[in-house]
Design a protein around this ligand. Structure first.
Ligand code: NDP
Length: 403
């Protein structure tokens, strides 16, 4: 049985803790550590009530490497599940190296002062992890995470060569607020207001944010939504690991209402990441905005509807062109009934538990730093069906988002 330390007690942290507790035969001991210990304790209480499992808690500032390394050395978990914020990725990796603990996360490192999602900082740890005999699994959420695994699974079982990839993330859920984000507001707004980059013809092509729109009809009556092309971090690792890709794009659905609010907030400077002086105090506008918006963890009881996230791959099999779509549909209210969370945190937390489980069982342990698509996708896909995220695969006759 494995001792695991989860870092971060937000929306995703809550789901991972529930899901690990449900797998008590794998995760024999769970410690939930975060900046605000009261949030860890509240999750531990929920988990105790639902599963009977005791989760221990700890207060930690994961920006402080010596403090975190000391906690890891005293607790000696086999691995850390990092579901704090992307800003903490490198300090948590450093502490894991110092304490001899395996590492995994769901989002790539981003410096606080530049809204730039790049793997270069974490890939630079490759040699350090190899030398230490430790594994770092990067991006074991849904997107990145399950979407990378879907791509790897389709490439392995359905194609000889893959040429085009479209990752489509539709959230058909409604929380009833005029404006709220489904995960950490600061990270969410930084992501959607960034310039769009997509992979085409061997390089990343930059276009203005939200400048390409398409209409997409989800399978199984989830509905038809406006989706917008944007940059997402898995495009970087997938275009590297699948060099036959001629084009790779990421799309996300947004309501008119969400975009209207975002535009106004941007126009008045509320999404800025540089500090401003207010009455002698340094304030970062986006951080103030994040404080004013509803806590994503509080959206659970209010959110109704479904998510539909998947990947469409075009490629060649036995000399013939094929188009295959792998997708997963999740119901917000069913997630809430199970783990008291909406589907965005659920669809991130379940793959985080699955990645951790494969590491705990030594199936996905290999010294070094790896993106999730570099491991065998089969056990992960099987576990998704087993632990709450059943998926489906259909072949399409045609697929075109160019309008
Ligand atoms: P939340 O903001 O709800 O939670 C983040 C948690 O991290 C909070 O408990 C926060 O503490 C804690 N934290 C922040 N800074 C520190 C620190 N220095 N030391 C210790 N703990 C800290 O975010 P989410 O749960 O929505 O998201 C968690 C992660 O999951 C993010 O990295 C996000 O990008 C990623 N994500 C990935 C997705 C995917 O599909 N791959 C989808 C959605 C999210 P406090 O309570 O004190 O604020």
């Amino acid at each position: 049985m494995t001792k695991v330390m989860i870092i971060g007690a937000g929306g995703v942290g809550g789901v991972v803790t529930h899901k690990c507790a449900q797998q008590a035969e794998t995760f024999g001991e769970i410690i939930l550590a975060s900046r605000t210990e009261s949030k860890c304790k509240a999750i531990a209480e929920q988990v105790k009530a639902k599963t009977g499992v005791t989760v221990r808690t700890a207060q930690i500032d994961a920006d402080n490497v010596p403090e975190l390394a000391a906690l890891l050395k005293s607790e000696q978990p086999k691995l850390v599940i990092n579901v704090a914020l992307p800003y903490q990725d490198l300090t948590i990796m450093d502490a894991c190296l110092e304490a001899g603990v395996h590492y995994m996360d769901t989002a790539n490192y981003e410096p606080l002062d530049t809204a730039k999602f790049e793997y270069k900082w974490q890939w630079a740890y490759q040699e350090k992890f190899q030398k230490a005999g430790l594994t770092a699994l990067l991006g074991s959420g849904f997107d990145p995470g399950a979407t990378n695994v879907f791509t790897a699974y389709l490439a392995k079982h359905y194609f000889d060569e893959i040429h085009e990839l479209d990752i489509i993330d539709v959230n058909g859920g409604d929380h009833g607020y005029p404006f709220a984000t489904n995960f950490n507001p600061e990270i969410n707004i930084r992501e959607v207001s960034a310039e769009c980059r997509h992979w085409e013809g061997g390089e990343f092509v930059t276009t203005p944010p939200m400048s390409k729109k398409a209409e997409f009809t989800c399978p199984e009556s989830v509905g038809t939504y406006n989706i917008y092309r944007m940059y997402h971090e898995e495009l970087e690792s997938l275009s590297k690991h699948y060099p036959t890709l001629k084009r790779a794009q990421f799309w996300m659905s947004f309501s008119e209402n969400y975009l209207k609010h975002l535009e106004v907030l941007e126009n008045v400077g509320m999404t800025g990441i540089d500090p401003i002086d207010y009455n002698g105090q340094q304030i970062v506008p986006i951080q103030l905005l994040a404080k004013l918006l509803p806590d994503p963890a509080s959206l659970g009881p209010r959110t109704k509807g479904k998510t539909c996230i998947g990947t469409v791959v075009k490629g060649i099999k036995d000399g013939k062109e094929k188009i295959v779509y792998c997708y997963q549909i999740c119901d917000h209210q069913a997630c809430y009934a199970e783990v008291e969370s909406q589907a965005i945190s659920y669809t991130t937390g379940v793959p985080a538990m699955i990645g951790a489980k494969l590491m705990a069982e030594d199936k996905w342990l290999q010294p070094g730093v790896w993106n999730i698509e570099q491991f065998d996708p089969d056990p992960f896909m099987e576990a998704m069906n087993q632990y709450g995220l059943p998926w489906n695969i259909i072949e399409l006759d045609e697929f075109n988002l160019d309008q």
